[in-house]
Design a protein around this ligand. Structure first.
Ligand code: UDP
Ligand code: MG
Length: 323
């Protein structure tokens, strides 16, 4: 569970999640990743870990972002199944029961698909819908619509995911790319338990650009098509001007405005093309630096297990046949 300034939600989140896991009766560990929170999240998380040996806290050195925090959690888990869930209670922990049932039936991934989203603005719903439709046009990987990172994954999937170290991460897309049996579990997304979203529009747009550029080179191709189209248009226009000049040499008055419009238009097109290419070049630059995706400051709690998860009653309930 990535946590960024979630001090108010955490105790309730831990209580509800514990309740669900106790009802499931499986061995488990709750891994809270504190992503450089500036409120009392770390203190709250540490006190939860002190009271419950099944809770482990990974404290990142600073805020690395949601996707990096999730990656840190994935790197530190060794259980048979892993559930990614937000700690603001927008993803109801109770849905985990259905996800586990799908896993027992043979699913490698059971992803939460939102039936209804409370507490989200019309603009957020519209932009999210438009984004997933755009992604469908731009990439062959089918990324299910109306899903977030709330999902259960088998350790086989987690293992592959751990090996994918790209800097600009779009985890739900990366999981979809891996393949295997991936099934939806429908749920109603609730309002935040407390506080505000940590995804303002600027962050969301940057996340969408990360998603598009890490899954598709179609924008690069579009630039080429645009350039070819404009070149063709210019040739046709030149031909027309040539013919008119032959037929009626005095037809054109030297046109300054027309010339300016043309210059500005082509200047804009060139800058756009450079911008798109720049987006990809910038990402290559980030990739070749091979910097770590996050830095762990310390790990607290989790005394029930040295590393792999757990406590609780009946380990047999988590063993998947054949795996
Ligand atoms: N989060 C994080 N680091 C960040 C931003 C968010 O770990 O830099 C966590 C946050 O605590 C929450 C989850 O990621 O558990 C999703 O964030 P949020 O609820 O703000 O996004 P939204 O649900 O509004 O899209
Ligand atoms: Mg949220």
């Amino acid at each position: 569970m990535p946590c960024y300034n979630e001090a108010e939600s955490l105790p309730e989140f831990a209580r509800r999640t514990k309740q669900v896991l106790a009802a499931l009766g499986c061995r488990h560990e709750i891994l809270l990743v504190n992503d450089g929170s500036r409120d009392g999240t770390l203190a709250v998380a540490k006190s939860l870990a002190a009271a419950d040996p099944c809770i482990r806290v990974v404290n990142l050195l600073r805020n690395f972002g949601h996707q990096a925090a999730v990656t840190a959690g994935l790197d530190l888990t060794e259980s048979d199944i892993v559930v990614l869930i937000d700690s603001d209670l927008q993803d109801p922990p109770e849905v985990i029961v259905e996800m586990v049932a799908e896993w027992e039936k043979g699913a490698d991934v059971a992803y939460g698909k939102r039936r209804h989203r409370s507490g989200e603005t019309g603009l957020k719903l519209f932009t999210a819908g438009a984004f997933y439709r755009l992604m469908r046009c731009l990439t062959k990987t089918h990324i299910p619509e109306d899903t977030g990172d709330f999902r259960l994954m088998d350790s086989r999937v987690v293992k592959v995911l751990r090996g994918m170290r790209e800097q600009h991460r779009f985890i739900r897309g990366m999981v979809a790319w891996i393949g295997g049996v991936q099934v939806p579990v429908y749920y109603d997304r609730e309002s935040r338990f407390a506080g505000l979203s940590k995804y303002p529009y600027a962050k969301m747009i940057s996340f969408a650009i990360d998603a598009i550029t890490s899954f598709s080179i179609v924008p690069l191709r579009l630039v080429t098509c645009l350039a070819l189209g404009i070149l063709l248009l210019a040739l046709v226009a030149a031909g027309i001007v040539f013919v008119i000049k032959l037929v009626n040499p005095g037809f054109f008055i030297p046109g300054f405005p027309a010339m300016m419009i043309t210059v500005i238009f082509f200047g804009g097109v060139q800058l756009l093309a450079l911008g798109v290419i720049g987006e990809y070049t910038g990402r290559m630059y980030e990739a070749v630096k091979l910097r770590p995706l996050y830095i762990v400051e310390a790990v607290y709690g989790g005394t029930a297990s040295s590393h792999a998860g757990c406590l609780n009653p009946d380990p047999s309930t988590t063993s998947k046949s054949g795996g």
